[in-house]
Ligand binder design. Structure first.
Ligand SMILES: *[C@@H]1O[C@H](CO)[C@@H](O)[C@H](O)[C@H]1NC(C)=O
Ligand SMILES: *[C@@H]1O[C@H](CO)[C@@H](O)[C@H](O)[C@H]1NC(C)=O
Ligand SMILES: [Ca+2]
Ligand SMILES: [Ca+2]
Ligand SMILES: [Ca+2]
Length: 334
């Protein structure tokens, strides 16, 4: 419908007048999101986004999902502009001015910072209002346990009784709940040592023997108890077994049987007796003595060298000597 120019001018003039008088009492916009009254929860694994919005200079930037959308009302239906203020908040959060959509600028880490107070703003081009929101960073299981006081190494004597606690490993995990609760195990299990899964206490479960094994290299697995994606860390535990004098000496090159000519001069070496300590760690020297059978002390045995020598003259016709000799000798740790 065409309107005559004069009428249109009149209507337009009237509207301008009305608007002009009411414009003196502009009403400021206000936020309507409920989280301003409570808190806003953002999971620490929320991706940074979006690349096209210029939040990230990373060429490999993946499109993230938005954190939330700011909502506001303006009673005058003025066009609104959203924003975020504060140096720290602006490093972590970006707001699309027209839509109020909030994005992360850089990844969150609950273990570093679990809470933010962020001030958002909305403007109707005539005035700005700001409101603070408490942002809580939600946990995900994103840390594996960490072992403390490594390297792990312990020396124990070979006669350490079964059941003796010999070492404690300690790993902690900063995540919350099950994802921060650590269990220990040997990987693979050891027949000689057990580890308490909750406390990390290592105990002996089978008799040890230095003469068989002098050291054990065990791998401890610390795993958190997250249901869906448990994370684990390995550590080495060296257990060094030390020798205890728990072995008798043994004679070597047995049996000992020797022929001697009857006229051999005194001082002739008949043979050398040798015994060794079966303790391998610090084997002791052996002292040699004749226990029995040394008729008339006809033989001498050197305590240190084990050399058996003639101490007198042998005579086959002497009935005491004609059947030979059976000497019993002793080797004992000296
Ligand atoms: C384990 O290490 C942590 C961090 O050093 C410490 O706070 C904790 O007390 C340790 N736990 C044990 C059982 O030693
Ligand atoms: C540690 O033990 C857990 C639970 O048995 C297992 O799921 C995980 O694969 C082990 N970790 C490694 C590094 O082998
Ligand atoms: Ca307004
Ligand atoms: Ca964890
Ligand atoms: Ca975490």
């Amino acid at each position: 419908m065409r309107c005559p120019p004069v009428t249109c001018y009149a209507v337009l003039w009237l509207l301008t007048l009305v608007s002009g008088s009411w414009g003196q009492v502009n009403r400021l916009p206000f936020f309507t999101n409920h989280f301003f009254d409570t808190y806003l929860l953002i999971s620490e694994d929320t991706p940074v986004g979006p690349c096209s919005f210029g939040m990230s200079r990373d060429p490999l930037c993946k499109e993230g999902s938005s954190v939330t959308q700011l909502l506001a009302r303006d009673m005058d239906n003025d066009p609104l502009v959203f924003g975020v203020s504060g140096e720290e908040a602006s490093r972590f959060f970006a707001v699309e001015p027209d839509t109020g959509v909030v994005w992360l600028r850089q990844p969150l880490d609950r273990e570093t910072k679990s809470e933010f107070t962020v001030e958002f703003s909305v403007s109707d081009h005539q005035g700005v209002i700001t409101r603070k929101v408490n942002i809580q960073v939600g946990d995900v299981n994103d840390n594996a346990p960490t072992f403390h006081n490594q390297p792990y190494s312990v020396r124990i004597p070979e006669n350490t009784p079964v059941g003796t606690p010999i070492f404690i490993v300690n790993a902690t995990d900063p995540d919350l709940g099950a994802g921060g609760s650590v269990l220990y195990s040997f990987q693979p299990p050891s027949p000689f040592f057990a580890i308490d899964s909750a406390r990390g206490i290592v105990t002996v479960i089978q008799e040890l023997d230095y003469e068989v094994t002098q050291a054990y290299q065990l791998t401890v697995n610390a795993t958190d108890q997250d249901k869906t994606r448990p994370l684990s860390t390995l550590a080495n535990l060296a257990i060094i077994i030390t020798d205890v004098q728990d072995m008798d000496p043994i004679f070597i090159n047995l049996p000992y049987s020797t022929n001697i000519y009857e006229h051999s001069p005194p001082g002739t070496t008949v043979r050398v007796i040798t015994a060794v300590d079966q303790d391998k760690g610090r084997p002791r020297g052996i002292g040699y003595t004749i226990v029995s059978g040394n008729t008339n002390s006809i033989f001498a045995l050197d305590y240190i060298s084990g050399a058996l020598t003639l101490n007198g003259l042998l005579d086959r016709e002497n009935p005491l000597y004609s059947h030979g000799f059976i000497l019993t000798v002793k080797g004992a740790p000296s």
